[in-house]
Ligand binder design. Structure first.
Ligand code: SF4
Length: 283
């Protein structure tokens, strides 16, 4: 069957070969208790992260470049993935954090129907997703955690080759934002948390992203402004991407989020922009 799961709609017959996202089925490059997710998701620093290979959105600066290009990872079946869910829970995971799930979401739904964890399931997405695919996996998701990377079509085309990023992501995030937000003792148990990775020389587009988020998100939904960008992947080919984000750029976006009235904004300090924070892949 020709795959049209994500907005790329490349039409690959994934029974036979990989699509533009780089994989036929599920590949896992690492699973472990990840200490660096937002505190409302894992106050004890034990996020049950599973990093999947492949990606339908190929950012030139991808901070997990080897993964998104499907150069790492071992193939697993939905049954084997369900066993990984159980293993992470037994290790004390506070959630299941499905990292880059969009190109394999039906298989993830199959795994989650085989074993439904007791901890919240987090759908950690680029935001470049089809609403029809999100609706299929929605019954298994507790917290949507999409990125909103760009608003400008020119910018998304330059950095991902996809001019329609915001067109697709705005629909996807609007759908995700409908999920009721549930907090319990400082933990986000249900709803949506949006991440925006602050990029060098992109403050104006970042402000437009915040305007959109302020318009569609429920007021109690948290926002994460990430400053962990380090030049990786193909970033060296883009002169403006060869540096880290400055204090001024980051504080301008933080200040703008405050001026819009976001209630909960997670910020990162300058030291988070280090390659040492990128996980080492196991498979
Ligand atoms: S999920 Fe992969 S195979 Fe399917 S349309 Fe998107 S890029 Fe193509």
């Amino acid at each position: 069957m020709n795959c049209t799961l994500c907005p790329v709609k490349c039409g690959a017959d994934r029974e036979k070969h990989a699509g533009a996202c780089g994989t036929r089925g599920i590949t896992v490059a690492k699973y472990y208790l990840h200490p660096f997710e937002e505190p409302c998701l894992s106050p004890g620093g034990k996020s049950g992260a599973i990093f999947f290979g492949g990606c339908s959105l190929r950012c030139v600066f991808c901070q997990n470049y080897e993964l998104s290009r499907a150069k790492r990872g071992k193939e697993v079946t939905p049954r084997e993935l369900a066993d990984i869910f159980r293993e992470l829970e037994d290790m004390g995971a506070e959630n299941l954090d499905l990292v880059t799930p969009d190109h394999i979401s039906p298989l993830l739904a199959e795994a989650l129907s085989l074993y439904r964890p007791k901890v919240p399931v987090i759908y950690n997405s680029s935001g470049y997703a089809e609403v029809s695919a999100l609706k299929e996996i929605a019954p298994f998701v507790d917290v949507w955690m999409p990125d909103l990377k760009f608003v400008s079509p020119a910018l998304s085309e330059r950095y991902t080759g996809r001019r329609d990023y915001f067109e697709a992501a705005s629909k996807a995030l609007s759908f995700m934002a409908e999920k009721p937000v549930v907090w319990e003792g400082g933990r986000l148990l249900s709803g949506i948390l949006v991440r925006h990775l602050v990029l060098p020389a992109c403050t104006a587009d970042g402000k437009r992203a915040l305007d959109f988020l302020h318009a569609v998100l429920p007021p109690e939904a948290p926002l994460s402004l990430m400053r962990q960008y380090v030049p990786m992947g193909e970033a060296e080919k883009y002169p403006e991407l060869r540096r880290r984000v400055t204090d001024r750029e980051y504080s301008r976006l933080l200040g703008y989020a405050a001026s819009l009235g976001f209630r909960t904004v997670y910020a990162q300090d300058r030291e988070s922009a280090e390659e040492s924070f990128v996980p080492q892949w196991d498979f």
